[in-house]
Design a protein around this ligand. Structure first.
Ligand code: CA
Length: 230
């Protein structure tokens, strides 16, 4: 398998260049396009593994591009929105974007989402089907394609980070994951902040899940890390 090819659709050259440098540093191949209409044509004609898609673009906006691409392809799309506008995000996901990020964003978070989207795409190609994939422990169920988590049938509202952490635990259920593994996978390999952040987010998850539903899902393995199990 060759390097994943990422198509950066962004009309602010400074941001496009920054993304290109960071992604190539991570080992991806990249191509860039600043015109919306040409971007759509290139997605239709060229081979990419993932699209980073700005919303405000000349000639065709990102929402329209996303909708039109979804008629012909299930390539992962991460929307980049300049506005912290909830409606835009909801619209973006409604029209088939896999994820979104609000500018300015932390590059590590973007890289984590790129990895995540590529991994989901691959697990879909392996026959699990992105629509039907379901991660489950007891009566806690995550539907990655819908970005949804339910416990005992009740939907749980998680922040993006809480969701990523829970997803990582579920994809490795029964395995004990060290803080370093969790940091690397969920926060990015060169995260330089406080390693306590893992413990803090485990606490947030437990408050919303274990404590709220009074069932134990997330286990602490003293001196090692955390595991989610039946
Ligand atoms: Ca723009």
């Amino acid at each position: 398998m060759g390097k994943p090819r990422i198509f950066i659709v962004e009309d602010e050259r400074r941001i496009a260049r920054f993304l290109q440098i960071e992604l190539e540093h991570e080992g991806y191949e990249t191509a860039t396009e600043e015109n919306g209409l040409r971007a759509f044509e290139r997605i239709a004609q060229e081979e990419y593994d993932l699209v980073l898609l700005d919303i405000m673009l000349p000639e065709m906006d990102g929402m329209t591009i996303c909708r039109k691409v979804r008629e012909i392809s299930d390539i992962p799309i991460i929307m980049l929105t300049a506005r912290d506008d909830v409606e835009d995000k909801v619209n973006g996901l409604d029209i088939g974007a896999d994820d979104y990020m609000t500018k300015p964003f932390a590059i590590q978070e973007l890289l984590a989402r790129v990895r995540n989207a590529l991994r989901k795409q691959r697990s879909g190609e392996n026959g699990e089907g992105p629509e039907g994939e379901k991660l489950q422990v007891k009566d806690l169920i995550m539907y990655p394609s819908r970005y949804e988590v339910t416990v005992q049938g009740e939907e749980v509202q998680l922040t993006k980070k809480e969701y990523s952490l829970l997803e990582y635990l579920l994809r490795n259920k029964r395995n004990v994951l060290t803080r370093d593994q969790i940091l690397q996978e969920v926060w990015g390999y060169d995260y330089t902040g406080d390693t306590n952040v893992v413990d803090v987010y485990i606490r947030y998850l437990r408050a919303k899940i274990d404590d709220h539903f009074n069932v134990k899902y997330i286990y602490t393995v003293r001196g090692v890390g955390y595991a989610i199990k039946e």
